[in-house]
Ligand binder design. Structure first.
Ligand code: ASP
Length: 373
């Protein structure tokens, strides 16, 4: 037994960041309260200078994460895991502070195009041991007028008969703006201008400026900071839902689609293991099917959620991004690549305690939503 105990201890030490919620700082974890919802607001952290230029503070980010967790928690109490994921993500899509919904980054042609997906973790169909042919999942890509892309992804997931999983651009918009769908899912049609924020305009103008130095600096900063949003919720029966929403990567080619709407790459849910939402350089997450990789490590490799998350992320280049994961028992993990400065993140426990953190290695702090904001 001894060598096993020692190696377990080494693994626990090695998982550092992914295990962070299980470290001493968080009294919540000592009591092992179940996490019911975990969220992220993108890997990479805006610098103090960037926050100043945007007129926001760390406190604003923490409060927005907390409001998202609160909205998701309330939705879970009244409804389902899918309601919780959608509600939490909608708050971040509306905030104007993330790379999702309002505040999304610009493509190189000066337009905003967004991607989103949502998935439920039920795996088995009626035939013994067979996978559910209608496993619930929905996604949109390259939409430019849908105020809340996560709700559009949900509408596609819940299409009659599970007909389609992923719709793109005009086809997706035509479907979700149809009368019945629009009303049922609270989908609003907005002009592309609605998504534009000063921060993103500054970013894209500098990227297209003649000053090569300035351009290189913005490129570096845009590549290091992501801002995609994601959420994973688990209900009292251990059923999982996961979702991700993004404006993609700054200055992307028109029509470029990242990992966020690609099931298995940016989002995945499997009740036998966990739900995952990723953020970072989408091309890498697609090439290595990262969200499903975490699940596979749990299902086939018998890892715990924290070890699986850490292993999947550590296999990527040092500045790729990060992910959140939540298993069916209510244990969550955060993981980011070695040179990523942090990830806006948080979780809420089954009794409604809200915890958030921003920088790499920072323990989550308990916060309370301020009412007069
Ligand atoms: N993963 C997203 C994409 O590549 C970007 C992000 O996480 O911010 O589209």
């Amino acid at each position: 037994m001894r060598p096993f105990a020692l190696s377990s201890l080494l693994v626990l030490i090695a998982v550092g960041f992914a295990q962070e919620p299980a470290t001493q700082e968080s009294p919540n974890v000592k009591k092992r309260k179940r996490t019911v919802l975990v969220i992220h607001g993108g890997a990479g952290v805006p610098t103090p200078a960037e926050m100043k230029a945007d007129g926001v503070t760390r406190h604003d980010y923490e409060q927005t994460l907390a409001r998202s967790l609160e909205a998701g928690y309330r939705a879970l109490r009244k409804g389902t895991n899918v309601d919780a994921v959608e509600a939490a993500i909608r708050v971040m899509e509306d905030a104007g502070m993330f790379d999702a919904g309002r505040g999304s980054v610009f493509s190189s042609d000066g337009r905003v195009e967004m991607d989103a997906s949502i998935m439920v973790g039920t795996m088995l169909g009626s035939g013994e041991g067979r996978l559910d042919p209608k496993k619930r999942a929905g996604a949109v890509a390259s939409v430019a007028h849908v105020k809340n892309p996560i709700s559009a992804a949900r509408a596609i997931m819940e299409m009659d008969g599970g007909r389609h999983v992923l719709l793109i651009a005009d086809g997706a918009e035509q479907y979700v703006f149809g009368d019945g769908v629009r009303q049922k899912y609270g989908i609003e049609r907005v002009s592309n201008l609605y998504f534009w924020t000063d921060r993103r305009l500054r970013q894209i103008r500098e990227l297209h400026a003649n000053d090569a130095k300035k351009r290189a600096a913005v490129e570096r900063s845009a590549e290091a900071r992501f801002g995609t949003v994601g959420a994973v919720a688990v209900d009292a029966k251990g059923r999982i839902a996961a979702g991700t929403s993004t404006g993609g990567t700054t200055n992307k080619m028109p029509g470029r689609v990242g990992d966020s709407p690609i099931l298995g790459a940016g989002t995945y849910a499997d009740d036998r293991a966990c739900g995952v939402s990723c953020t970072g350089t989408g091309e890498l997450f697609m090439r290595h099917v990262v969200a499903h990789d975490v699940v596979a490590r749990m299902v086939y490799g018998k890892r715990g959620v924290d070890v699986a998350a850490k292993e999947s992320i550590d296999a990527l280049p040092d500045d790729s991004g990060g992910l959140i994961a939540l298993d069916s028992q209510g244990r969550h993990a955060f993981a980011i690549t070695a040179k990523t400065a942090g990830m806006l993140r948080g979780h809420v426990t089954e009794d409604g305690e809200i915890w958030v953190a921003i920088d790499a290695g920072e323990a989550e702090r308990r916060v309370v939503v301020e009412r007069d904001r």
